[in-house]
Write a protein that binds this ligand. Structure first.
Ligand code: NZQ
Ligand code: ZN
Length: 377
């Protein structure tokens, strides 16, 4: 175990917390209020933010898409520059918050913001960000990750920047009540797979990371089991668990996988499939193909997470698959597209993005990806 750890994002958690932005955003700052396709106008969040900002100078930019597009975000940058903003208030799910990170990091750069995604530009300064989370799934509200899609090429790529930590994140679980079941399911699954990416790797003996992961996985299974009986605490639990699953703490000093995510990102880029659904399709098939190298951790998961008494790691993979199926997720790519060239397109994009040997042991190469995709189509 060897790591540096800081997570500077202040979390304000609980019902009625949105008004806290009065204290958290300086009156001196000119604020760019970023949001998505309009859900916040239907659930009262837009009005709450607007009322709270009444003594601030602020500008709004809406229309950031799910799987946010670089082309739209470049317009937000131009609008922000025109109005000389200092602070971005991102109000939405992972897409809006990831979009805010792109805008913040590219704001002072003369070149193409996409250079961030290609590793050609490393920012030395950025705008400040604050987040009001409306969808619990990605953990973006208190991490450094940002996943952006370029419409022109259907490429979905990610970047990390230390400037991407929001200064604060407001987590009011009441806001989640306007989400439809599809998005709530996405939240449970994305948080589950984030935990697995940092846990289902190889034996390392780092007990805090292992047992904390197991606790979060058990909690997510409980949320799946009680999905039809959602009460206030259910939403609060989802919001906090999804945050913990990807705020950086689970993966400290231990091997991490992320192969499911890298393949899933290409599928979202190409076909617009919801992020979490790409994960639910790919992960069980990846675990099946890599069962020998994952055996030890799968058996540990079987015992400590599912309470399963088995010596066959594939039984654990079946439990995971059954969990996703119980949430009514279509587990085949063919349910979302009838493209006949999925394998060629995904493998060539992975190669283009430098993913030729990935996964926690570096064993996921083109041949392995082809096998995973053959099972997934
Ligand atoms: O755009 P609006 O109108 O707001 O509607 C959104 C959108 O259509 C809607 N929604 C959000 N909050 C709502 C609501 N509808 C009703 N009530 C509410 N309270 O939900 C839809 C999906 O929103 P989106 O932000 O796209 O979902 P999510 O939070 O799952 O974010 C997905 C994006 O995050 C990336 C994904 O790749 C994807 O692009 N990820 C980001 C990560 C990170 N930054 O660390 C890690 C993840 O692994 C992931 O890759
Ligand atoms: Zn994810």
């Amino acid at each position: 175990m060897q790591f540096s750890y800081i997570n500077p994002t202040r979390i304000e958690f609980g019902q009625g917390k949105i008004k806290k932005i009065i204290e958290l955003v300086s009156k001196e700052d000119r604020v760019l209020f970023l949001y998505g396709g309009g859900s916040i106008k239907n659930n009262g969040v837009y009005d709450q933010v607007k009322d709270t900002l009444s003594n601030h100078t602020w500008f709004e930019f809406g229309g950031i898409e799910p799987n946010p597009k670089k082309e739209t975000l470049d317009k937000a940058i131009a609008y922000g520059r025109e109005n000389k903003v200092d602070f971005i208030l991102a109000v939405g799910g992972g897409s809006v918050i990831d979009g805010a990170k792109y805008v913040a990091n590219a704001f002072f750069y003369d070149g193409d913001g996409w250079d961030l995604l290609e590793g050609k530009y490393t920012p030395t300064k950025a705008l400040k960000i604050g987040a009001i989370l409306t969808l619990a799934a990605t953990g973006s509200e208190s991490n450094t990750g940002s996943v952006i899609t370029k419409k022109e090429t259907n490429e979905k790529r990610f970047f990390h920047s230390p400037f991407s930590y929001p200064q604060f994140a407001i987590l009011d679980p009441d806001v989640l009540k306007s989400l439809d079941e599809r998005q709530l399911v996405n939240g449970v699954v994305d948080a589950f797979v984030h935990t697995c990416e940092q846990y289902l790797t190889q034996n390392h003996g780092a007990l805090a990371q292992d047992y904390y992961s197991e606790g979060l996985l058990r909690a997510l299974i409980k949320l799946a089991d009680t999905f039809d009986k959602r009460d206030d605490l259910w939403y609060a639990n989802l919001m906090w668990i999804a945050n913990q699953a990807l705020n950086g703490i689970l993966g400290l000093g231990v091997p991490q996988d992320w192969a499911t995510h890298f393949i899933g990102h290409e599928l979202s880029g190409l076909y617009g499939i919801d992020h979490a659904r790409t994960l639910a399709i790919i992960q069980p098939n990846l675990l099946t193909i890599l069962v020998d190298e994952k055996e030890e951790k799968l058996l540990q998961m079987g015992q400590n997470v599912f309470g399963l008494d088995t010596s066959n790691p594939l039984d654990v993979v079946e439990k995971i698959r059954a969990l996703y199926a119980s949430l009514n997720i279509d587990l085949k790519i063919s349910s979302y597209t009838d493209d006949k060239e999925i394998i060629e397109k995904v493998t060539s994009l992975l190669e283009k993005h430098g993913f030729t040997q990935f996964g926690d042991r570096g064993t996921v190469n083109k041949a392995v990806v082809v096998k995973i995709l053959e099972k997934s189509i």
